[in-house]
Write a protein that binds this ligand. Structure first.
Ligand SMILES: *Cc1c(COP(=O)(O)O)cnc(C)c1O
Length: 428
């Protein structure tokens, strides 16, 4: 595989951009090779600057559920661009988007569009704090909610002590208000409430975690969180930035029936353009300016191009049976990968839910951050590089989820399986 052009461009990028990238995971650090620079993509295929073609299971980290450059999405963007790219005033597409989101999520009565998932979660906790008049929030180890200060926290010496900062530049005064609990461990949350229940404004959680590999929240865990929030008068925030419209038309809350007070969205609802949203009960959302006093704004929020791409995407998902097809395709793919590992006596855990899946190299069950961290990341790095050689583009990091899109056909899956088989044979 020749990556001369990618390598040259990356050298140049390193001089001009921190780490040569605009988001850290793109630097491929954890898979031990220099990053690819991508040129174009269509359907489930992505092509780098050296014209190597890959079957893509990253899908821009989740947004591209219809595949790259879906014709209807592209058409919607083009038509929209010809009529103006931004007004700085409300356009009808924003209202249509709000209506689609409110229809799809029973828990969302009103919604505010923003420009990224980070903005959505940051704004949601501000709102939760304002609504409850409390400052502390609970987040879970291994869940990712974007890069706002409050979330950049890691475990201190003991769990449940206020965590320490994950990043320089984050004031300890801010992370001191974040309590870190263990995912799928209700006991750790109960303990936090026993200690600080009266000060906790909200629990924020990925109901299906997609940022420590794929780890679904257990029913018992999610129900327990809802009950604790009810008992202590704090808000439950489901961060469905990945899972919104990924597993069904709606979110994990539609599947489980567990109703959060606030929901954050992003990724798929922008159809590949930059978008985020947060929404929930009217009485809470009405605190947001200009109706209420919780300030939150955005020059490009509800941008027409992003709304056009998102609307086109959501309507296709709403009016077709793609979720069923993706279920079959990803079930088939992960089943085949399992067989390849089994045949070679490899230890592994494959987690899959709908079109999301993740391969861990470990002997033990994976159910939270700590158990995920036990897996062999060196082995994943090797697996990643070998599979890449064979034209398969997986996430260049162990703790990220792979996505099947509507554009992955059975033929692509056969090709993927054959490629993985060749890669594994080289790994011996
Ligand atoms: C990606 C992601 C975010 C952050 O979204 P950005 O658009 O990257 O800022 C927040 N929460 C979850 C669960 C995510 O996966």
């Amino acid at each position: 595989m020749d990556t001369t052009k990618s390598d040259q461009l990356y050298e140049k990028a390193l001089q001009l951009m921190p780490g040569g990238v605009n988001s850290p995971v793109r630097a491929f650090h954890s898979v031990g090779r220099s990053p690819l620079i991508m040129k174009k993509a269509s359907g489930c295929r992505i092509i780098d600057e050296d014209d190597n073609e890959y079957i893509d299971y990253v899908g821009s980290w989740g947004p591209l559920i219809l595949g790259h450059s879906h014709p209807e999405v592209v058409q919607a963007i083009c038509e929209c661009a010809q009529e103006g790219t931004s007004f700085g005033a409300t356009c009808s597409k924003e209202i249509e988007m709000a209506e689609l989101i409110c229809d799809a999520f029973p828990s969302i009565e009103k919604v505010r569009m923003v420009n990224s998932g980070t903005e959505a979660t940051m704004s949601a906790i501000r709102l939760a704090r304002a609504f409850t008049g409390r400052n502390k929030i609970i987040k879970f180890e291994g869940c990712y909610h974007g890069h706002a200060d409050a979330f950049l926290i890691k475990a201190g010496s003991g769990m449940l002590t206020a965590g320490s900062q994950l990043s320089p530049g984050v004031p300890s005064a801010i992370t001191g208000e974040t309590i870190l609990c263990r995912y799928n461990d209700l006991e750790s949350v109960e303990e936090a409430f026993r200690q600080s229940g009266a000060d906790i404004a909200a629990i924020i959680v990925e109901p299906v975690a997609g940022n420590m590999g794929l780890i679904p929240g257990t029913r018992e865990f999610l129900v327990g969180l809802r009950e604790l929030c009810n008992n202590y008068g704090c808000l439950l925030i489901f961060d469905e930035v990945i899972t919104g419209f990924r597993l069904c038309y709606g979110g994990v809350q539609n599947i489980t029936g567990i109703v959060p007070d606030l929901t954050t969205l992003g990724k798929i609802i922008g159809g590949g353009l930059p978008v985020g949203a947060y929404g929930g009960k009217k009485e809470i959302m009405d605190l947001v300016a200009p109706q209420g006093e919780v300030y939150q704004a955005g020059t490009l929020s509800g941008n027409p191009l992003a709304m056009a791409a998102g609307l086109a995407t959501l309507k296709i998902l709403r009016d077709t049976d793609w979720y069923d097809r993706m279920e079959v395709i990803s079930y088939f793919l992960t089943g085949k990968i399992r067989s390849l590992f089994e045949a070679r006596g490899m230890y592994y855990v494959i987690k899959r839910l709908g079109s999301m899946f993740c391969v861990f190299f470990t002997e033990d069950e994976v159910y939270d951050y700590e158990s995920a961290m036990k897996c062999d990341t060196q082995k994943y790095a090797r697996f990643y590089r070998e599979v890449l050689q064979e034209g398969i583009y997986l996430p260049p990091a162990q703790f990220e989820v792979s996505f099947v899109s509507c554009a992955h056909e059975l033929e692509d899956i056969y090709q993927t399986v054959a490629a993985i088989e060749r890669a594994l044979d080289r790994m011996k």
